[in-house]
Ligand binder design. Sequence first.
Ligand SMILES: NC(=O)c1ccc[n+]([C@@H]2O[C@H](COP(=O)([O-])OP(=O)(O)OC[C@H]3O[C@@H](n4cnc5c(N)ncnc54)[C@H](O)[C@@H]3O)[C@@H](O)[C@H]2O)c1
Length: 450
Amino acid sequence: MNANTSDASRREFLQKSMLATAGLLTPLPLTVLGAPKAKRRVAMVGTGHRGTDMYGKDLLAEHGDVIEFVGLCDSNKGRLETAKKMMGVNCPTFTDFEQMMRKTKPEILIVTTVDNTHDEFIIKGMEMGANIVSEKPMTTDETKCQAILDAEKRTGKKVTVTFNYRYSPHRQKMYDLIRQGEIGTVTSVDFHWYLDNRHGADYFRRWHRLTEKSGSLWVHKASHHFDLLNWWLESEPETVYAKGALENYGKNGPFRFTNCRPCPHKDKCPYYWDMTKDARLMALYAANEQYDGYHRDGCVYKEDVNIYDKMAATIGYANGVQVSYSLTAYSPYEGYRIAFNGTKGRIDAWIKESGAMKKEPYDEIMLSRNFGKVEYFQVPQAEGHGGGDKLLRAQIFRHPEAPDTYRQAAGSRDGAMAILVGVAARKSIASGQAIRIADLTNLKPVAVKA
Ligand SMILES: NC(=O)c1ccc[n+]([C@@H]2O[C@H](COP(=O)([O-])OP(=O)(O)OC[C@H]3O[C@@H](n4cnc5c(N)ncnc54)[C@H](O)[C@@H]3O)[C@@H](O)[C@H]2O)c1
């Protein structure tokens, strides 16, 4: 190695370390890691809200110099064309997924369809030559989960699951405090999540209200939270015992209709929502109801709602940590309370995301040491799932080879361990028994992840 090369390598090493230390907080200029020679060829299946925004407009605005869309696919042909316009791309569109894969041969397939269809596109996508970037939840049950794990092994391709919650700075701070041993060995966690009467209710308006499509909030929503726990604790879950009920939405309502816009009860319904005020949603969904009959503003009191709106679980981890978890979907405010109890102290946070109570422009974390002092850390808030979306896009699409100090890039095993807690919770409620994660797929939970 000549002097110039070794200088260059040293520079690259230092720059990569910088990136790691910053936890990708500042996307670096292209020159730092070197621009890829050709743009990455990306296709997307599922051009709804998440697809067009997070992986469409925003991804192109930030990383359009390193990726290009070669194909878009959706089963709703009207939404597909609207999405293409919203994203400002001129690639071909397809309602036939395999045709898209055959004709466009993408290097990366982004999967942003309805949850219960992810497995189909992840598996076929890998079989047809692409690496996968899938939205959470990776899938909705243990059989589909095993099929994804088997297909990844068989094809040699890679599944990335986009757990954007891992990237938000205040959660990263908690990760740091635990890693630094500030509270000794973590022994238990109290974790309670509140969805408010607006955002929480929204799950009951959409396809998410059906367990067969979303896996229920245990999988669709709580898999975010279970992934955070698995990540913070650096352990995998072993056993789950759960309770749950549907007491506020669905058949509990005093009246019902198909959806809000034509509803005769709008004057008296606390959940009436006027979608006509949102031009983007009107264009994506209302204008395309003719193709699939899907109502984005569906009635929260529909009789067919079959997911729980209050849930609680006790989760045992392979490293001995026990977790008390709950999720409430009709709270007056949105946010969560978390506490990590350790042998030397405790970390507390009450994160307020919406509601009438006093909010600060930062998220506060309290560190209390046993028989010692209390310290407060104030982490500035950021837009887009606590700033997570932007950081995740940078890591996956621009700096995939950069060191991942915070272990934020998640693979199929992480995706599996997150959904399996929710699947086990559903099974526990049905059977009244505690469920072992090891009985669901061929993955055996381990205490310390590599
Ligand atoms: N990580 C996050 O914070 C976050 C936030 C929102 C959504 N998501 C995830 O993104 C995904 C999409 O959610 P969304 O809110 O955009 O939903 P959406 O209903 O707006 O979009 C889903 C799209 O998939 C299409 N689709 C459904 N079945 C299909 C099929 N068989 N073939 C092709 N297209 C099909 C629908 O027509 C629709 O356009 C979900 O998996 C959801 O969990 C994640």
